[in-house]
Design a protein around this ligand. Structure first.
Ligand code: 5GP
Ligand code: ZN
Length: 114
């Protein structure tokens, strides 16, 4: 996708700090971290957000969760716990319209979600 920042990162047209990568998924450090650990888990296929998930592409959700588990283990936040969230649409605060999950940890976030 032209002009998609995450497609450009995947193609190495933009720099990023990469924590994990395989054929289908990449995990990078968020450029503006909201927690001590803030990683973006991103499918290499350009999917705008979870509204575009269907039977034919849903395997990517398993791949994303497996990558998140591995990165959480590797960065030492798996035991204490972490938050894995995705924003879908403008009202949710989505700013990059290429599906991504925020892996947030390294701090006690408490029970509030908003
Ligand atoms: P959203 O608001 O769409 O759920 O999250 C987009 C996230 O992408 C934000 O947390 C923002 O900091 C991050 N981001 C935007 N542009 C870049 C970039 O060029 N590189 C990296 N690593 N993160 C970015
Ligand atoms: Zn893209």
């Amino acid at each position: 996708m032209e002009n998609c920042v995450f497609c450009k990162i995947i193609k190495r047209e933009l720099p990023s700090t990469i924590y994990y990568e395989d054929e289908r998924v990449i995990a990078i450090k968020d450029i503006n971290p909201a927690a001590p650990v803030h990683v973006l888990i991103i499918p290499k296929e350009h999917i705008a957000n979870v509204k575009e998930i269907n039977e034919s592409n849903a395997q990517i959700l398993i791949d994303i969760h497996k990558a998140a588990n591995k990165v959480a283990e590797d960065l030492g936040i798996a035991e204490k716990g972490y938050r894995l969230i995705t924003n879908c649409g403008v009202a949710a605060g989505q700013t990059v319209f290429h599906l991504h999950y925020h892996l947030l940890g390294g701090v006690d976030m408490g029970p509030k979600i908003l």
